[in-house]
Design a protein around this ligand. Structure first.
Ligand SMILES: CC(C)(COP(=O)(O)OP(=O)(O)OC[C@H]1O[C@@H](n2cnc3c(N)ncnc32)[C@H](O)[C@@H]1OP(=O)(O)O)[C@@H](O)C(=O)NCCC(=O)NCCS
Length: 339
């Protein structure tokens, strides 16, 4: 269903390979321990599913929803039924707000608007086609950045974060809370356990995972970091993950420096790499400026949507899936794949 929906739902980015998809369904992106529910039609055929994550360290009023209906089953009320079912799970967990995201111009956006969801913050996805980067461009950017980054040195590693850096990597993740986010989002609380959980997700997805960090020579602390994953079945594509500069080290072009150094590292380690995908909040002017300097091109926008749980629970029962050939609402035959 996920793959069949791609041409309408997310046509410009490669689909997650099966292993990555399964790990995301089981683990989510950080430590949100999502549930997955499957809807079947009267003949037992799977026709839709949703993943629902309940953050535990912060944002305990939120539930992150990813609903999907197989293309052949759309416009029969199943999507609405999935949201109604998810709202009941959210209520049972004490959550008051459901959030989701969809590509601007996709069926998901029309659906969210039809349900009366409020538009929240929007992300923009970009891609860097490595072949289009002019010769010498990265070297020029690196020397500009290095001139502003006197007193910092670069380091890199592949795979898990070395134990001696776990605390600092947690601190850098926490520094992401300065980046633009929705008014409803409290920002994430990071500690070493959460870094380890994130690494468990990377391992479960089977990613080749690279980190470049800038170290402040005076204090020895990590000042900036960038991380990127590559799916072994699709070594032509890289997916940017965290990039952040700690607040007290901003203004030294460290964001640009670590990203240029990452591209140089990948040139040596990933000979089949052709493009790198990234996403930032539309309002994250500093990060977008760096990506534009590197040559990233805009692909599409991904607004987030918010629906109050209490509001969904007032929807009439008929909104849970229409009759006739329509599949059953997921609650009737839902299967809890993960909890
Ligand atoms: C979004 C999605 C879950 C909708 O599933 P669905 O079963 O087709 O949804 P419903 O039948 O309950 O649609 C409810 C209403 O949403 C609106 N809607 C849904 N899809 C639409 C589309 N492609 N164009 C215009 N309106 C649409 C309609 O008003 C529809 O009511 P109607 O059919 O009576 O006119 C499905 O398109 C999908 O899986 N998309 C990919 C994943 C995604 O974007 N998820 C949503 C994240 S917010």
């Amino acid at each position: 269903m996920y793959l069949a929906g791609r041409p309408a739902d997310d046509p410009r980015r490669p689909a997650m390979p099966e292993r990555s998809f399964a790990a995301w369904l089981a683990l989510g992106w950080t430590e949100d321990h999502p549930e997955a529910w499957l809807a079947r039609d009267a003949a037992g055929q799977a026709c839709g599913w949703y993943s629902l994550a309940f953050p535990e360290r912060e944002n305990t009023h939120l539930a992150y929803l990813s609903p999907l209906v197989g293309p052949a089953y759309r416009r029969h009320g199943i999507g609405t039924g999935l949201v109604r079912h998810a709202a009941e799970q959210a209520r049972q967990r004490g959550r008051t707000l459901i959030t989701a995201e969809s590509r601007q111009g996709s069926p998901g956006e029309a659906f969210a608007r039809a349900l009366g969801a409020r538009r929240g913050i929007s992300d923009a996805c970009r891609v860097l086609q490595l072949k289009t980067v002019p010769d010498g461009h990265l070297a020029r950017l690196r020397s500009q950045a290095q001139a502003a980054a006197v007193g910092y040195s670069l380091m890199s590693w592949e795979g898990p974060v070395p134990g001696r850096y776990l605390v600092q990597v947690a601190r850098l993740n926490q520094a992401m809370n300065d980046a633009p986010r929705s008014a409803e989002d409290e920002g994430q609380q990071w500690d070493v356990a959460r870094v380890r959980e994130d690494q468990a997700r990377v391992a479960a997805q089977g990613l080749r995972y690279y980190t470049v960090a800038a170290c402040c020579e005076r204090t020895g602390e990590l000042a900036a970091i960038t991380q990127l994953g590559i799916e072994p079945p699709a070594p032509d594509c890289g997916f940017q993950e965290l990039t952040v500069v700690a607040r007290t080290h901003r203004g030294h072009r460290l964001g640009l420096l670590v990203k240029v150094a990452m591209l140089e590292l990948l040139a040596g380690h990933e000979p089949l790499l052709e493009r790198v995908f990234t996403g930032n909040a539309d309002t994250n002017a500093h990060m977008i400026a760096i990506n534009t300097e590197l040559g990233f091109q805009l692909l599409d926008h991904w607004p987030s949507w918010e629906l109050a749980v209490a509001e969904v629970l007032t929807w009439p029962a008929s909104a849970q899936g229409r009759g006739g050939a329509a599949p059953e609402p997921p609650g009737a035959r839902g299967r809890r794949a993960q909890s």
